[in-house]
Design a protein around this ligand. Structure first.
Ligand code: NDP
Length: 331
């Protein structure tokens, strides 16, 4: 029986960044359906903040982190798609990626193409698969066609910069919002057709101007509380609000009648983890992402790197809106 020591980041109770503690854990052999993976880089995601601070109640103690890339070190019984020595990357449920080595379910882990670096793999899996399902599986009535307007909030963030580029590749006119002029410029460089600084401008009024009064087919809203109601005002009749996060706080309760009043609208709130519930769906979505990245249509912008031991600073920067693109933890 193998017993390996790994550095890991754990919380013993939910709360502020000070709860993040670097500890040593013991890692054993994979059981049936599992692998052991040695990480080469780890992805940071806003969901890590929700799980740390208690917005998403979680059992503690908890090893945080949902994304990483590395090398497969051991393979449990019944795992056929991975072999020892494979380069691999994943977005995982349950959490636990903030570490050097872990044992985890194999079904969410994909072989990483040789052309994609470990850092890129670690940065892009959770965020890239999210952009994939938002743009290709979360569709308004009649689907999306080239030329359609969509609105994407926090467009200079991790998911945002990937979505800007993917939307451009699909021929969509993505209107991105961001919290500063510099972030707006970055969204434009990455494929947004228009950018709105929502810290200084009324984004609903600007969207109406840009779309000639029509509104957009879909609003992708991960900001939540601060943007929800105005996001509805950006939609054309029968448009879709795809709510997928709560960076500013959760969306407050609302009466469905508001959807009728604002144009017989649709609303959906999805999570990546239902889309990647099976090995087959995970691989199909990952293949799509790998193709976009390998072809250069989507470039993964790693805006910040922190050592695993600096994870508190990484969380503080992400929460303070000081990051752009993806953030990784290095080993
Ligand atoms: P980002 O890099 O996009 O960081 C979040 C961004 O949200 C900030 O940079 C900031 O951009 C914006 N923001 C607006 N208001 C606030 C606020 N009050 N506090 C902090 N940030 C704010 O993070 P990720 O790429 O990791 O994730 C983007 C969003 O997508 C998150 O909300 C995340 O939870 C969600 N998500 C949802 C998934 C799902 O399946 N449902 C899967 C993956 C991510 P700015 O300064 O430009 O406003």
């Amino acid at each position: 029986m193998t017993s390996i020591t790994s550095k890991a980041v754990r919380i013993d109770q939910q709360g502020g960044p000070e709860q993040l503690k670097l500890v040593e854990v013991t890692v054993g052999d994979p059981r049936p359906g599992e692998i052991r993976i040695r990480h080469r880089a780890i992805g940071l995601n806003f969901i890590d903040v929700y799980q740390r601070d208690g917005l998403y109640p979680m059992p503690v103690p908890l090893q945080l982190g949902m994304e990483a890339a590395g090398v497969v070190e051991a393979v449990g019984e019944g795992v056929t798609h991975l072999q020892v020595g494979d380069r691999a990357a994943y977005a995982s449920q349950p959490p636990g990626s903030y570490c050097e080595v872990r044992v985890m379910p194999a079904k969410c882990v994909c072989k990483l193409p040789d052309a994609i670096s470990f850092e890129t793999g670690a940065a892009m899996m959770l965020k890239g698969l999210t952009a994939q399902y938002l743009l290709k599986k979360t569709l308004p009535q009649g689907g999306l066609q080239a030329g359609d307007f969509v609105l994407f909030h926090a467009a200079a963030g991790g998911v945002g910069l990937i979505a800007c580029q993917w939307a451009r590749a699909l021929g969509l006119q993505l209107i991105g919002t961001a919290g500063s002029d510099a972030k707006c410029a970055l969204a434009l460089q990455n494929g947004a057709a228009f950018a709105i600084n929502y810290s200084t401008q009324d984004f609903a009024a600007r969207v109406k101007e840009i779309t000639g009064g029509q509104g957009v087919k879909v609003v992708y809203d991960s900001v939540g509380k601060d943007t929800f109601e105005k996001s509805l005002d950006c939609l054309r009749p029968f448009g879709l609000l795809a709510s997928f996060g709560n960076a500013s706080g959760p969306v407050p309760p609302f009466a469905p009648g508001i959807l009728a009043a604002k144009g017989s609208l649709y609303i959906t709130r999805q999570t990546l983890f239902h889309h990647i519930a099976t090995r087959e769906s995970t691989q199909a979505m990952a293949d799509d992402l790998f193709a976009m990245v390998s072809s250069g249509q989507v470039k993964i912008h790693i805006g910040q790197r922190f050592a695993l031991a600096e994870v508190r600073q990484a969380h503080i920067a992400l929460e303070a809106r000081k990051t752009t693109g993806c953030t990784i933890l290095t080993l």
